[in-house]
Each structure stands twice: as C-alpha cells, then as structure tokens.
Design a protein around this ligand. Structure first.
Ligand code: AWU
Length: 481
C-alpha cells in the first residue's frame, strides 16, 4: 500500500537499549493505530528485534503503517566490540571495563548525526521523537524545520526531581553522604541522601554529555512522557508549569498490548515457554506469587544473587526470579546448592529474559521485587501489583520515592546506593522479610487496595476520553502539518 503523503508522519529514534526501544515500539504502534505513519530509525541488529514486533502488530491490524529505517553503526571503527549495537551486549557480564565501554557506547551514538540529517532531508516527517541520549538531534532536525520532541523513557516525578536537584544542589550542602535532606521546591516533601543522587560532576565527560542533553531539551519542541496524569498529578503540573514549555503524557504504553502475542514477545524472545509459564501461574492462588526482576541492564555479582536465592527460599513464598545470565550451563556459583530442587513447585528461576507483562498481569502475581526502572514501575502500576523497591542506579532511587512516599504501594529494601562493594549487599534476611511483607504483611491489604485503584486509573487513562487519550489528541493536532 503506497504511503499517503498527507498522512501524519512521525519518526522515532530510540536509544539502543530495551528500556528505550520497548516503549518506543509501543508509541509507534499507538500513533499508527490513530492513523499516522510511524518510522522507527535504528541499526541493523536492532532492526531484527523491532521488525518481529512490527509484524505482530501488523498481523493484528493490517491497516497500520509502520516501517524501519536502518542507519550504519560501525562498532569496531567506533572502538566498540563487533556487534555491540545494544546496551544488552555490554551489560550481560560484569567485566572490568564495563562502565568505560558503556560510556563509549553512549557517546558513540553521535555518529548517527549526518545519517539522520540525510534521512530528515529526504523524508521530511511532521515530527521527530528522538531519545534524550541524542542531544544533537535537536539541531539536526532544525536544519530541515522538523520539530524535535524528546523522549526520556521515564516519568514526570524523576524529571522534576532531576530539575530541582540541578537547580538547588541540596546534596552539595550536607555534611555526609548519608545525611537525609528534603528536595527543595519538589512537591511532596521528598527526603533523599547524597549517595542516592545520580548527579554527574559537570567536569566529567558524562557530566558534559548530560548538560548537552538538558540544553537540547530546552531547545526542543517539547517532551512526550510515558505516564498518565492520575499517577503523578502534582509532578505533571509542576513539570508543565515550571520545567518544560510543553509535555504530553500518553501512557502507560504497555497497556495498549492486550493480546497474548503482544505481551509475550515484548523486548526479546523469552527464555521460557510463555504458555508453560502461564500454566504454572494458573496453578497458584491469587496474589500468592512474588515476581523478581531488575530490568534489562542491571547485573548483580554472584554474592548478591546468593543472598536473593537464600532469601526467596527462606520466605517459603511462591516466586518467579529472573536472573540475567546466559542459559543454564554457565558455572552457576550464584545458586546455592540444591536450592532449585528444594523450592521445586513453588519457585521458578528464569535465566535470561521473562515475559514480564504476561507475569505481572496474571492474578496469581501478588508482589513485584523491582529495581524501579520506569517501564517496570509503570507495568507494575498498570497490573495493580504492590512492589518491593530495590533501586540500582540511573534515576531508580528517585522512582523508588514515588512508589514508597507518594503512591504508598511499596516496601523498600533500603538499598543505600548503587551496589559498589560487598558491604552494600542486601542480606537474605532483608529479602525474606520484604517478600513476606509485600504479600501478607500488616499493611499489605491497604497497599494492594491503593495499587488496584491506580491500575483502574492507568487503564482508564488510555481509553477514549481518558487523560492520556486526550493528551495524545493534542499532540497529534500540534504536529500534524
Ligand atoms: P525498565 O525501565 O524496567 O528497566 P531497564 O531495562 O533498566 O531500562 C529507563 O529504562 C529507566 O528509566 C532506567 O531506570 C532503566 C532503563 N523486560 C522483560 O520483558 N523481561 C525481562 O526479563 C526484563 C525486562 C522488560 C520490562 C520493561 C523493560 C525494562 C527508561 O531502568 O517489561 O518493559 O524490559 O525496562
């Protein structure tokens, strides 16, 4: 079907990490389901991951107009390992130069600039939604009068949090890195400590890069947010009145995937048979299983994994635990001897990738031990599942405060900072206590009620007349030429 030149055309350019590609794919599907043409720009290897999902979406709705445009990303020439086109490649193992290579990966994406300009010149989309980690995209789009909208991947709360931290620098005025302080101007009287602040020093390479990110957002045509107003109203209002000229909340994007195939294949192919996984859950009582996953980037040392394993066993609760390891066969020093056999029937360990939304949406799932990555947080909210918050890095320590202090649908393991040394390890006793607390503790019923209420709001927001449905309408009106 030839593309209709009058059709509203949106170009998406996601950072090459699952936490950014998954919501972008959902956004492209959403815009196309509203009659737009969606183009996703990516690299050769990532195009294979995305094309599978686009085919699934098109099988379900043949009228969708979605395509992929591929740009070169010569990894070796850029000083990266061969085939390193996704953050996954660098974060699966805890090798020594991991942090150096991750920074090099982020900075190397500026290589795309010239290719993007050529693509914009020939395709002239009505709007470019480019990832926050591509600060050069604002200028590139300006050359061809294409409005550039920023997609961060996370919600208003962390965006406002970062804004107040940068403006007031409260963490620079405390005597020690564990002295608590309130975040100035941020609604809700949020208390934090310096060691949990992810504020890169402006003198460092990453600090300079993040300043460029902020500048490019100020100069952009606005921000599209994977969130819904009823989740964080005070922060949506603060962001739109104080931080950014224009923002549109169009999420939760995950709830648009209602069918089995869409939910089963989000991100990568699951390491378990999805049907078997659902059958296992069908055999469990409602709200009796705790799902444990730390996203697509985090990677724990074996000593920490052993504590998680021992804590889950001691809790005597049902669990599904996702471990970011290659398939069984690697030396599994992270697994206590005989633990898998002893917990057979009530425990499932998934090595690699889990069908996360399928699991969260199942009625047997009653608790979610999460690192508070924004997509996971939102998927847990949309599924009405109370959480155990265990942030690891990025803006996850901020997201944790939303869950525990504002929404009050979660219990914290009190992670102090990004796990650096063994001293930061979360003990098996803490894991055991948190799992019991979230499933059946004193406050559990109250938390579950609040979580279920939020889930209703999440699903209503994307329905016709809902807050996200309406914000998407105004986004489309704003940028349809
Ligand atoms: P999520 O945002 O939960 O976590 P990360 O992968 O860590 O990605 C940014 O994304 C966050 O703001 C950052 O804090 C950082 C980053 N998934 C799955 O389906 N199976 C698995 O086994 C593991 C993950 C999916 C999950 C979610 C995504 C992970 C925006 O967190 O459902 O959609 O992968 O994203």
């Amino acid at each position: 079907m030839g593309s209709n030149p009058q059709r509203f055309h949106v170009m998406f350019f996601p950072f090459m990490g699952h936490g950014h590609m998954i919501p972008t794919l959902d956004m492209a599907n959403l815009l196309s389901s509203r009659g737009a043409k969606s183009t996703i720009v990516t690299t050769p290897l990532n195009s294979k991951i995305l094309q599978k999902h686009i085919d699934t979406f098109k099988n379900l709705n043949p009228s969708l107009e979605m395509e992929i445009q591929i740009l070169d990303f010569p990894c070796v020439q850029l000083g990266l390992p061969e085939g390193c086109e996704n953050l996954d490649f660098l974060t699966l193992n805890n090798n020594d130069d991991r942090e150096v290579m991750i920074l090099k990966f982020f900075l190397s994406t500026s290589f795309f600039k010239d290719q993007l300009e050529k693509l914009l010149e020939t395709t002239r989309p009505d709007c470019l939604i480019a990832d926050m980690f591509f600060p050069w995209a604002t200028k590139a789009a300006e050359k061809f009068n294409v409005p550039r909208v920023v997609f961060h991947g996370f919600g208003y709360f962390p965006l406002c949090f970062e804004y107040c931290i940068k403006l007031h620098k409260p963490h620079k005025r405390v005597a020690s890195n564990c002295e608590p302080f309130v975040i100035p101007d941020l609604p809700g009287n949020i208390v934090m400590t310096q060691e949990q602040i992810n504020d890169r020093d402006e003198g460092t390479e990453i600090g300079k890069f993040m300043m460029e990110v902020t500048e490019s957002e100020v100069k952009s045509s606005g921000v599209v947010v994977n969130s819904f107003y009823e989740l964080e109203p005070d922060y949506a209002d603060f962001y739109k009145s104080v931080v950014a000229k224009r923002a549109w909340n169009i999420g939760p994007l995950s709830v648009l995937n209602r069918g089995f195939e869409e939910k089963a294949e989000r991100g990568k192919k699951a390491s378990v048979d999805e049907v078997e996984c659902l059958k296992w859950l069908d055999s469990k009582e409602p709200n009796s299983v705790v799902y444990v996953s730390f996203g697509s980037v985090a990677n724990f040392k074996n000593e920490q994994l052993i504590e998680i394993a021992a804590g889950l066993e001691a809790s005597s609760k049902n669990f599904i635990w996702v471990v970011r390891k290659n398939k069984a066969g690697d030396n599994e020093e992270w697994l206590p001897e005989g633990m898998e056999e002893r917990t057979k029937g009530r425990g499932m360990i998934i090595r690699g990738w889990a069908p996360q939304v399928l699991i969260l949406d199942h009625q047997a799932t009653g608790g979610f031990v999460t690192h508070c990555g924004w997509n996971s947080l939102l998927e847990g909210v949309a599924a009405g599942v109370p959480m155990v918050t265990w942030p690891v890095g990025a803006e996850q320590f901020y997201n944790e405060k939303l869950v525990t202090q504002v929404l009050r649908t979660g219990v914290t393991v009190e992670a102090k900072r990004e796990v650096k040394g063994l001293g930061d390890r979360i003990s098996r006793e803490t894991v055991d206590k948190a799992v019991r607390e979230v499933l059946a503790g004193e406050e559990a019923e109250e938390r579950r009620k609040r979580a279920k209420n939020l889930a209703e709001n999440a699903n209503a927001a994307v329905e016709e007349g809902g807050s996200s449905f309406n914000d998407l309408n105004s986004f489309i009106e704003e940028f349809s030429s």
